[in-house]
Design a protein around this ligand. Structure first.
Ligand SMILES: Cc1cc2nc3c(=O)[nH]c(=O)nc-3n(C[C@H](O)[C@H](O)[C@H](O)COP(=O)(O)OP(=O)(O)OC[C@H]3O[C@@H](n4cnc5c(N)ncnc54)[C@H](O)[C@@H]3O)c2cc1C
Length: 239
């Protein structure tokens, strides 16, 4: 039996819902492991239709471990998406949803791992990186961290205010937004990676998360720029 199968499904109540961008909503769930997960981990969510049909998907935890008794998930609505569509249009406060976690053993970071930390996220792939950054700002703000975050435009940047405020107020944290469909519109390229590495130095840990093509492209750029393969960890959201 795998670690995942050993985890118990629990009915988790939605206690808060908030629109984050036009396509992304935040959901706070009351769970019994809120203080006991590592930033970067995810949960499985399972929906069951009245006829017994089930759909199961993974969602990264966006919040840092804390004593609130809750975790935050951020779910991006995909056109025709079965589970994300349910969360975009149907789920509301008070609903009880089947969920199990925390899951994931390698795409995790906490202060015991040290830094510097280079985080590279595409779209909703920023979600597990947010958990790492939120935890770092409370537990180890002295550890240098840099987030390279690719989004289509400024309106689609998840928690932009929070990230920009951290970049302004936290001298150990830097933010590089790469907007692919705004102004000149460009993707993460070697110049950006070189600029990030010039700022953060040699990262002890590089975490890359997003769609399959995004993760492949970004991790190849890191390797080409000389980042040690053993220090790079990736998480793929599919797509
Ligand atoms: C470890 C992990 C963590 C993740 N964390 C997050 C997270 O934090 N936030 C997040 O938003 N996502 C996350 N994901 C992705 C998530 O698990 C789902 O894959 C995502 O929400 C899409 O699920 P869905 O049921 O809405 O789409 P699905 O129904 O599975 O559809 C997937 C894709 O196929 C397309 N599609 C579906 N039906 C059709 C059709 N008939 N014709 C043409 N195209 C179609 C949809 O448009 C969509 O693009 C994570 C994935 C993994 C593996």
């Amino acid at each position: 039996m795998t670690e995942r199968e050993k985890l118990r499904w629990q009915e988790a109540e939605i206690v808060a819902v908030e629109a984050i961008t036009e396509r992304v909503k935040s959901f706070r769930f009351r769970v019994d492991f809120a203080g006991r997960f590592r930033p970067g981990q995810h949960v499985d969510v399972r929906l069951t239709a009245p006829d017994g049909y089930q759909a199961q998907r993974s969602y990264s935890i966006a919040s840092a471990p804390d004593a609130s008794g809750t975790i935050e998930l951020m779910i991006e609505r995909l056109d025709e998406g079965e589970v994300s569509g349910f969360f975009a249009s149907v789920a509301e406060i008070g609903d009880r949803i089947e969920l199990r976690g925390p899951i994931g053993g390698s795409f995790v970071w906490d202060e015991s791992e040290g830094g510097p930390l280079l985080l590279v996220g595409g779209g909703s792939g920023v979600v597990p990186l947010l958990a790492m950054l939120r935890h770092r700002s409370v537990a180890a703000p002295q550890i240098p961290a840099l987030l390279v975050y690719s989004a289509r435009n400024r309106a689609e940047v998840i928690v932009r205010d929070e990230l920009e405020a951290s970049a302004r107020d936290d001298s150990g944290f830097s933010l590089m937004l790469v907007l692919t469909r705004e102004a000149a519109g460009r993707r993460i390229d070697r110049t950006r990676i070189d600029a990030a590495l010039g700022q953060i130095g040699t990262p002890a840990h590089a975490f890359v998360c997003g769609s399959n093509p995004f993760v492949s492209a970004a991790s190849n750029l890191l390797l080409d720029a000389g980042v040690a393969p053993a220090s790079i960890r990736t998480e793929r959201f599919g797509g």
